[in-house]
Design a protein around this ligand. Sequence first.
Ligand code: GLU
Length: 513
Amino acid sequence: MAVRVRFAPSPTGLLHVGALRTALFDFLLARHQGGQNILRIEDTDRSRYSEDSEHEFIESLRWAGITFDEGPHVGGPHVPYRQSERATSGVYVGPVSKLLESGDAYKAFDTTDELAAMRKAQEDAKEPVGYFGGAWRDADPSEVARAEAAGHKYVVRQRIPRGKVIAIDDPIRGHVEWSSDTLDDPVLLKADGMPTYHLAAIVDDHLMGITHVIRGEEWLPSAAKHVLLYRMLGWEIPVIAHCPVILGKDGKKLSKRHGATSVLEYRWEGYLASALNNFIVLIGWSPGDERELLTEQEMIDAFSLEGVQPSPGHFDLDKLKWMSGAHIRLLAADALFDAVKSYLEDPRTIEFWDSREAEPGKPSGHEIAASLTLLRDAIAKDPEYARGVVVLLRERVQTLADFGPGARFFFVDMPEMDPKAVEKWLTQPHVPQLFDSIVQGLDPIAQPTKEDCEALIRGYAEKHGLEKLGPAVHPVRVALTGTTAGPGLFELMELLGRSRIVARLRRAKEIAG
Ligand code: GLU
């Protein structure tokens, strides 16, 4: 039977990295097995559902390259794929009636106050909190009929059998067992007629032919109730797998302190989706060998649920940065240039950086936004030059955003000068003569290549008996870029071209003089 998996988020906020990992595991399993990946929106809690959030989820997943064969945005044989719409179309009515008829579910008329009092009494007595044997579990049918006739509101609860052992074989965690006596009777249908997650997920997983349920470990305690529900309804139980939590590098719950938590934020920060996916998938999963850098196809080929570890995975931002740089360097020049272009063409990129708080020791968000704007405009004006700059800088960046500050000196009329670099390299006595000699040397060469530039600088060093190239290279670099660090000097000279080099050397000579 073909594998059918579903990612079933409840869109109430931003898609965070933990949910992205679940979605990736679904996607990789489906693609590895040649099965289908389904998106189902679990929005039965109408007070928390947000339409904006649903759009954000779908956009994040699309950006991440996670494709779906069925879902609210692509259609499919099981439309609708939003549970609120499924509730309206009546898909949950039959299963609830069946459970009520067989006695596996019952109507409970407790008021909010009564439930609160029960909870308080349980807490005071240090007993497990929940509906274990509330007033309505074993109520007399005539009493139920009377309450219903009087128009009292009720919920439908699952009647958990007593004294049973329930077990699942989770491909990630192995064999897990529960005593049914530890389980309370969950609500299946709310007073407003909406199903709860417990009911809707099981009914939909069955109707949609889901073979594998992959979800976060916070759902592990519910699995026993779900297994019982499948049995009560006489349905086949899918494979149920619970992914470990993702913790920060310090072992604490993942939060803002450890880096962005929402997927789109990584997008605006300039991470390639391929890098974020590679990084996220490896939190808890391993391809079974030492490989760390994996393309999407390599992940698909190697993926299995058995390769997921049950222990918590750690989110290490430094590793993500390293991986991001490595994925940038995996791209061919054209693909990289396209990635930079589309990153900059989305106005949200610049907006994101513009409103970003400054990090100590780094250019401010505003400065990064300005440099990215400069690069974006340069791409529009002179794509060939800008492409050369991007390709030259790719060895030196970790994210797409790094291209902004890195490329800045190529596009401004005159680069800003780092005073320390000026002090160290432009004040030396030979500098004016060095610059003159390069300007003269360039005179007959309309389009100097990197070899021409190297020959000029080496020629100068030899002629003046310099033992090392540094005293010739560094002042030129400072003159052309404003700093002492950057890409290879001869390559950047070839890109800058004669007129920019000459103008910058002349200005630097004035500063030096
Ligand atoms: N709607 C649930 C959530 O947002 C899905 C749990 C599941 O996959 O079964 O976490």
